[in-house]
Design a protein around this ligand. Structure first.
Ligand code: ZN
Length: 309
């Protein structure tokens, strides 16, 4: 069993300024915990390539891609929205982040890896078709899903989003698309205040109140995600893997712990094993408590890589 760990030094050069929670140190915290937990040696390390215009244009209008290229500064910071900025390295980081997700799909679809984790930033699930938002520039997991469908002939892709925020960008891109099923939990009411008004049938959005923990996660997954996934029978599972619902994360007010991330990953692995030949590609989204992020990602990868037995 091979699990790819896809990242790139460019992703740590994207920096939105001192005190921004979506900071370069997030990736170092993940690397530290992979070493400390002893799983680093079992992973196939891969450099993230740059996503191509063709890959991005399956999700984002090419005019949007070009506008992002044009916005990239030669020095200093340019704000795309109140929360999202670009420095001179951000364009390459964003292209690497989407490119990592594409490579992850290529590796698992070609059988060169069983699963993949993309340790990338900027994150992606708030990026809409033609709008950057909430620390996100390109919707990495959406680019990966479209790549699986267009380049590998996958007919059904499931996107599993356990970030504490609703993945409004991913919903914007795929609502009503019969080839994609999105299952998600998110704190509600909370940023970006979406996901609860008449979602499309392929959007299994489960809002959870502030203070929810592992019990509420397990109920949501068992009652809502699993029946939908059983019916959909995905050929590939993609994770929008955000870890900001952790009890130690100050970004939100949820109570998940490492065991909860391991549990949900294990349930999704059962779905992947049954329907998708075990194919799973996980892409980092949020997670802002550096210590909790590192520990949670290590547990998530341990299950992806089947090192948890
Ligand atoms: Zn988040």
């Amino acid at each position: 069993m091979t699990t790819a760990f896809i990242t790139h030094p460019d992703c740590a050069k994207h920096d939105m300024g001192a005190h921004h929670p979506e900071c370069p140190q997030r990736l170092a915290a993940i690397e530290d915990q992979l070493i400390a937990s002893g799983i680093s040696q079992y992973l196939m390390r891969c450099d993230a390539p740059l996503a191509t215009d063709e890959q991005l244009a399956r999700v984002h209008p090419i005019e949007y891609v070009n506008a992002i290229r044009d916005a990239a500064p030669d020095e200093g910071l340019v704000h795309l929205d109140p929360d999202t900025a670009m420095n001179p390295f951000s364009l390459r980081a964003a292209l690497r982040a989407a490119g990592a997700a594409v490579l992850g799909v290529d590796l698992v679809m070609r059988g060169e890896a069983d699963s993949a984790f993309c340790a990338v930033r900027p994150p992606g699930h708030h990026a809409c078709r033609a709008r950057p938002m909430g620390f996100c520039i390109f919707n990495n997991v959406a680019v990966a899903a479209r790549h699986a469908i267009e380049a590998h002939g996958v007919e059904r892709v499931a996107i599993v989003d356990f970030d504490v925020h609703h993945g409004n960008g991913t919903e914007d891109i795929f609502e009503g698309d019969p080839q994609v099923l999105m299952v998600s939990i998110f704190q509600h009411p909370f940023y970006p205040y979406s996901g609860t008004e008449n979602p499309a049938a392929n959007m299994v959005n489960i809002p959870l109140p502030a203070g929810s923990g592992g019990k509420q996660l397990r109920e949501a997954v068992s009652r809502h995600w699993l029946p939908a996934l059983d019916e959909f029978r995905p050929e590939l599972l993609l994770f929008s893997a955000g870890f900001d619902a952790h009890a130690e994360d100050g970004m939100a007010m949820m109570r998940f712990v490492e065991d909860d991330y391991a549990w949900v990953t294990a349930r999704m692995r059962e779905v992947a094993d049954r329907d998708a030949k075990g194919r799973m590609v996980s892409v980092l989204e949020g997670g802002y408590s550096l210590s909790a992020l590192g520990r949670s990602v290590a547990r998530h990868i341990r299950v992806l890589a089947r090192l948890d037995a």
